[in-house]
Design a protein around this ligand. Structure first.
Ligand code: CO
Length: 134
């Protein structure tokens, strides 16, 4: 069901320092920061030959990653995102196997304008998993 690794998201306490490290030390192609007010994050995309790294920083008062950064003050891997062809079908299969989809259980439009859902980390090897329809 899952296809390519779309991105690995890393929550960072200092977005410009993180972007500078990926650009200047790791020598990667790094985007300008993009504010996503609807999602409560500012993102920088790092393009790698086979996938992306998404650097995430909280935006606004009730950012969904604020709590994560309070617990992980140096930053850390926040989620991994796998591609699926049909997210509705994926959601049905996951529900049938007892996995919990976060929120109301329905796919919503994610940070890249495509339908996504998130699985409860306790149901997925302790890792927050995002599925994105491509
Ligand atoms: Co993501």
């Amino acid at each position: 069901m899952i296809g390519k690794l779309n991105h690995v998201a890393i929550a960072v306490p200092d977005l410009s320092a993180a972007a500078a490290q990926y650009r200047d030390v790791f020598g990667a192609k790094v985007s300008d920061p993009v504010d996503l007010p609807d999602h409560g994050v500012t993102t920088v995309f790092v393009s790698l030959p086979n996938t992306k790294i998404e650097l995430l920083h909280p935006l606004g008062e009730d950012s969904p990653i604020a709590g994560f950064l309070q617990k992980n003050t140096a930053g850390g891997i926040h989620h991994v995102c796998y591609e699926v062809v049909d997210i509705g079908l994926a959601a049905d299969k996951l529900a049938a196997s007892g996995m919990r989809v976060l929120g109301d259980g329905k796919p919503r439009i994610g940070a890249h304008g495509k339908p996504v859902l998130f699985l409860h980390p306790k149901d997925a090897q302790g890792t927050l998993v995002e599925l994105e329809q491509v």
